[in-house]
Write a protein that binds this ligand. Structure first.
Ligand SMILES: C[S@@+](CC[C@H](N)C(=O)[O-])C[C@H]1O[C@@H](n2cnc3c(N)ncnc32)[C@H](O)[C@@H]1O
Length: 217
């Protein structure tokens, strides 16, 4: 989804179009998986704050981190115009920097929506290990991201749509997007337990939930 991020003020409108109106509902679903009053949540690659604000609306204390200053500015403006029972803090921070910034075992939940697809496989593996250490025992990880659907017809439809979207992305911002591959295996390799996956949006979106084991590390 990098195509829209070079114009942060256009991101929300663009992602609604690309997700065919399903992005707000996805953000709410992620918040329902993690957030409750008093829980501490980290949103990795928070962008314009959709998930973080949905978590705060459910009473959680959220930290949203992102490397894109402009996306965070949009998130801050949205937060200022919103009343939530929880709280959100926005930090301009790369995902690999959570090592230096946060102590061990401090979050009840970590979420990342449409951001893992922007990381290399090595970065994903590294960040998952960092995230595991920042979660409290029993804490929950939730990841939602673009994937290639299963089945010949679904793949064909996906490839055709991607060709159109890649053309749009190139015209708009001279860049393209990538689906994630092998996230579930990397989550397992990092040491997470109780991994559950669901395919949404006609198989083009992976929703993953996993836990830090009660006894891990
Ligand atoms: C497609 S946007 C998704 C934003 C938001 N999570 C959502 O659901 O709408 C991906 C975000 O990940 C951020 N991002 C990419 N690489 C990152 C990194 N290494 N560390 C932190 N944020 C990163 C981008 O700046 C961008 O805001």
């Amino acid at each position: 989804m990098r195509a829209l991020e070079s114009a942060p003020e256009r991101y929300d409108r663009g992602i609604r179009i690309l997700s065919r109106g399903r992005i707000d509902s996805l953000h709410r679903t992620l918040a329902e998986m993690l957030a409750a009053p008093g829980r501490r949540i980290l949103d990795v690659g928070c962008g314009t704050g959709g998930v973080a604000l949905a978590c705060a609306a459910r009473g959680a204390g959220v930290i949203g981190i992102d490397i894109n200053h402009g996306m965070l500015e949009v998130a801050r403006a949205k937060a200022a115009a919103t009343t939530a029972s929880g709280s959100v803090e926005w930090l301009e921070l790369g995902a690999a920097e959570i090592d230096d910034r946060f102590g061990e075992c401090i979050f009840d939940g970590v979420v990342s929506c449409l951001a893992f697809s922007e990381l290399s496989e090595q970065e994903q593996a590294y960040i998952l290990r960092l995230v595991l250490g920042r979660l409290k025992p029993g804490g929950v990880l939730a990841i939602a991201d673009e994937i290639v659907p299963e089945g010949a017809w679904a793949r064909l439809r996906y490839r055709l749509q991607r060709t159109a979207l890649a053309a749009l992305a190139y015209a708009w911002a001279q860049t393209v997007t990538h689906p994630v591959v092998g996230v579930e295996e990397r989550v397992r390799d990092a040491g997470f337990r109780d991994i559950e996956t669901t395919r949404l949006w006609s198989g083009e979106l992976l929703l993953l939930r996993a836990r830090r084991g009660e006894g891990s590390r």
